[in-house]
Design a protein around this ligand. Sequence first.
Ligand SMILES: O=C(CO)[C@H](O)[C@H](O)COP(=O)(O)O
Length: 229
Amino acid sequence: METGIALAKKVAGQKAVEYIKAGMTVGLGTGSTAWWAIQEIGARVKAGLDINAIATSDQSYELAVALQIPLITFEEITQIDVDIDGADEVDRQLQLIKGGGGALLREKIIAAASQQMIVAVDEHKLVDTLGKFPLPVEVVVFGWEMTARKLAALGTQTVLREKNGQPFITDNGNYIIDCAFNAITDPATLHTRLNAIPGVAENGLFVNYAHTVIVGYENGTVNTLYPAR
Ligand SMILES: O=C(CO)[C@H](O)[C@H](O)COP(=O)(O)O
């Protein structure tokens, strides 16, 4: 029986699945909140729900395979109906920081291909201003030191993400540089400046992507937020 933050993630992830209808193509997010959504999707598929899914990471792909969720590729589709994913921070305009799990590039490709992005988060992800969570930036390995210097020139402290004492390698064979901006007052402009740096594959700012944010609370309740735009 989950309590506290685990319960908050569970109820948010499960609630997000209510946006899925029969016949849809569904983006499967990455992380501990998306895990609950994928489990719920798996249970509904087992009970007869007819959908296809496409995963934002190898980890979520493997989970979907284990749960016997039918998977589809981009060769077979031109768009996705609904994408369910988590986030590391959500501000009042429902702009996001993602990539804490290192899957931001595939997550953004899938979110951009989706009619609706449903974001499921625990209550602790809500912030007034993005940036307390270091912004993950996926960079190609070649020349990453130079790319890191150019990122630092934008006014951030950069840290090459590591796992077990080695650089963390994304599913795309890239590195992640975590950038401590502390307060990102203009996410759209920063997004453009980051992606203009040669070597940057993608950054974790999701500006105007979220259609709906489901917030799970530690008391087991959920709240649904919609952007003002
Ligand atoms: O962007 C992500 C992975 O790249 C995740 O959605 C984000 O890190 C949130 O994860 P969690 O639900 O485990 O808190």
